[in-house]
Design a protein. Structure first.
Length: 344
């Protein structure tokens, strides 16, 4: 592998803008080509980010470019086919979350990449949001004592009165929706903060009957000493008066010696019995999460260090995602590890 990494990207939709902004700020990398079934979208991204070649077929792009890696930013149902082809050609792989529609497909991806001797990272950028990196530091240092409760919320108006997901309108036909697309961020971040979960339970609701999947969900999970609540809705008119959304939504982490409180405007409070400190995170923190994940991928390729979210690690996150659906569908607690045979 050369000192400068060369890559190609597949997908020119919503997520690709974040990916390509990240790559443009990663000096160790150059993007040689972009592909999308809609060539006009690929051409627009190529013009925006100075990418020299455009394709509508990823196989044609692979035939014409020998590169170090491929960045996959297309819907999950398409991931396995592309990963199979990329692994066969010896390309390292960065793939957007959620990684696969079933545990079986993710296991196949892991076997394919291992057998091909290529490295495989899932672009799970939620854990790379700056406030969660800071929270991890504060938890590890004992600043708030032993954590016992975490609350994460995301409530926006996207599915009512008419479902409009913009460039991601494929969401309308997905049988698994808000836990799969958004909750995966929270579940992976909770694993990053606290280690492995013991159990998960969920309640789901479909407010817009035209959707195939749920857009409202409450997920409860046990991580060691921590009771975690994830409160998610794409149907709600938020009651918050905050006008500027910097974070996905509020987050509260309570411990025996203090509380961490993230507000939607990016203000991060460290609250203790005798004092309070505030940190203002930048308005582009969502972009920084992508940037940090992409930089992590490049650094690990160049140094040989392990990815935080490789395929095997992501298998643990996806067990929680699909375990939450099992819990909701059957009105029972999913016990991590013990109940895995119930998942496809």
């Amino acid at each position: 592998m050369s000192e400068k990494l060369r890559g190609v990207i597949i997908g020119a939709g919503f997520a690709s803008g974040f990916h390509l902004s990240g790559w443009s700020n990663t000096p160790e990398v150059e993007i040689a080509a972009i592909c999308d079934l809609r060539k006009d979208r690929a051409e627009a991204r190529a013009s925006q980010f100075g990418i020299p070649k455009v394709y509508s077929s990823f196989r044609e792009m692979f035939d014409n470019h020998k590169v170090d890696f491929v960045d996959i930013a297309v819907p999950p149902a398409l991931h396995l086919e592309i990963i199979r082809e990329a692994a066969a050609r010896g390309y390292h792989i960065l793939c957007q979350k959620p990684i696969a529609p079933t545990m079986a497909e993710l296991r196949e991806m892991i076997v394919l990449t291992e057998n091909a001797g290529v490295r495989f990272m899932v672009n799970e950028n939620g854990r790379h949001q700056p406030w969660f990196r800071k929270a991890k530091e504060l938890i590890n240092s004992g600043t708030i004592g032993e954590p016992y409760y975490t609350y994460l919320a995301y409530r926006r108006r996207m599915s009512l009165p008419v479902a409009d997901f913009g460039d991601q309108n494929f969401f309308k036909t997905m049988p698994k929706l808000v836990i799969y697309e958004l909750g995966v961020h929270y579940l992976d971040t909770l694993r990053y903060l606290y280690g492995e979960a013991k159990s998960v339970f969920a309640l789901t609701h479909r407010a817009n009957p035209e959707l195939a999947g749920e857009e409202v969900a409450t997920v409860l999970a046990k991580f060691g000493t921590v009771n975690a609540v994830m409160d998610m809705s794409w149907a709600s008119l938020p009651a918050s008066t905050v006008k500027e959304w910097v974070s996905y939504g509020p987050c509260v982490i309570e411990g025996t010696e203090g509380t961490l409180h993230l507000e939607q405007n990016g203000r991060f409070r460290i609250i203790r019995d005798t004092c309070e400190e505030q940190i203002e995170f930048p308005k582009n923190s969502e972009f920084l999460a992508y940037q940090n994940a992409i930089q992590h991928f490049a650094d690990c390729l160049l140094t040989g260090k392990p990815f935080e979210t490789d395929g095997k690690d992501t298998l643990k996150t996806m067990e929680l995602v699909f375990g939450a659906y099992d819990a909701a569908e059957n009105n029972r607690v999913y016990e991590v590890g013990k109940d895995i045979s119930r998942l496809a």
